[in-house]
Design a protein around this ligand. Structure first.
Ligand code: UT7
Length: 326
């Protein structure tokens, strides 16, 4: 049994923030942001929660697949900005959608989260544990941004994307590969609550740096990203009948146009095959790949039969790719 993506959806907060607006927030310029990242504008929440966006994207994906919420066996939400530690965002989405039969959990793999989620759902379908799954990448990153830190606040944004996966005899998800390097934990990090309880004297708790805000060593992440995109794509194509020449599209995590340019040239691939929506969306972490796929579907760019490589990379450090026949 294989699994295939049968529906796509996405949701964005209503408020669009242009680069110029951020010139009033931190010492930056529209020109610097465009030239160094490729971003011109992004959507930021003025009240939409991760659950709101995830449920909206999920509803659209279900309608696109033509299935009812009660037909879902599984909901996986990849997020690092949940509305609550408990319950999981997936449970809150289940309630919003009325997907009463679904098992629900969240998954934490930062910007690789959607590809990790796809791989888990695909494996569960192949194992016969579930038949229909909803995999969502959803973030409200604006809540974990230090809005005085110009190295992160101009990049990250909010949004959600979703895919319905269904069991099929046809070719669908061909192969997923995942990886991580915990040794590089400090390069891109958001620490949680400090370890504090009644046994630990005041002030002796293990304070985590960053105060709950995202901290990024941009240049080191940049070097990692440019290397890992090519390596991960090559690894995923290994042991399949396909090569880079067979790919109709590469949909990379939307982090920086320069990373995407570099990956295309390293793989000796036509840059036009890399879908990029960074200009209007910014970096939405786990949501960036499914938002891109849903927008491609809306624009008529993603057609049945096409072979597409999805590649995520980010905090952990983590990375992963999925080769998908649509
Ligand atoms: O989604 C997870 C994965 N994340 C990524 O893949 C992000 C990877 N990293 C990047 O995309 C890039 O490293 C950044 C876009 C974050 C930064 O671009 P960069 O070309 O690596 O810039 P830099 O860090 O080398 O900084 C160059 C200069 C510095 O000034 P000096 O020291 O040369 O005077 C920075 O202080 O640019 C300055 N700078 C800014 N200037 C205006 C940093 N941020 C800004 C800013 N506006 N927002």
């Amino acid at each position: 049994m294989n699994s295939k993506i049968s529906g796509l959806g996405h949701a964005l907060p209503a408020r669009i923030v242009e680069n110029r607006e951020l010139e009033d927030v931190v010492e930056t310029s529209d020109q610097w942001i465009r030239e160094r990242t490729g971003i011109e504008r992004r959507h930021l929440s003025t009240g939409e929660t991760t659950t709101d966006l995830a449920a909206q994207a999920g509803r659209m994906a279900l309608a696109d697949a033509g299935i009812l919420p009660e037909q879902l066996d599984l909901i996986v939400v990849a997020t690092m900005t949940p509305d609550s530690f408990m319950p999981a965002t997936a449970c809150l989405v289940q309630k919003e959608l009325g997907a009463d039969r679904a098992a629900c959990f969240d998954l934490s793999a930062a910007c690789s989260g959607f590809v990790y989620g796809l791989s888990v759902a695909d494996s569960m379908i192949r194992a016969g544990t579930v038949r229909r799954a909803l995999v969502i990448g959803a973030e409200t990153l604006s809540r974990m941004i230090d809005w005085t830190d110009r190295t992160t606040c101009v990049i990250f944004a909010d949004g959600a994307g979703a895919a319905v996966l269904e069991a099929t005899e046809e070719e669908g998800i061909v192969r997923c590969t995942l990886g991580a390097s915990g040794d590089d934990e400090n390069i891109l990090t958001t620490r949680a609550l400090p370890l504090r309880n009644y046994l630990i004297p005041e002030g002796a708790g293990r304070e985590m740096p960053g105060n709950g805000y995202m901290v990024m060593d941009g240049q080191t992440v940049f070097r990692f990203s440019t290397r890992v995109v090519g390596d991960s794509i090559r690894q995923t194509l290994e042991d399949t009948p396909y090569g880079t020449g067979d790919l109709d599209w590469v949909v990379p995590h939307q982090a920086n146009t320069r990373i995407i340019d570099y990956a295309a040239s390293r793989l000796k691939m036509d840059r036009e095959k890399f879908f990029v929506n960074l200009k209007n969306r910014g970096n939405t972490s786990a949501a960036s790949i499914p938002i891109a796929l849903s927008e491609m579907r809306q624009e008529g760019l993603l057609r049945p039969g096409q072979l597409v490589m999805l590649t995520g990379f980010g905090g952990g450090l983590t990375w992963g790719s999925a080769l998908v026949r649509f």
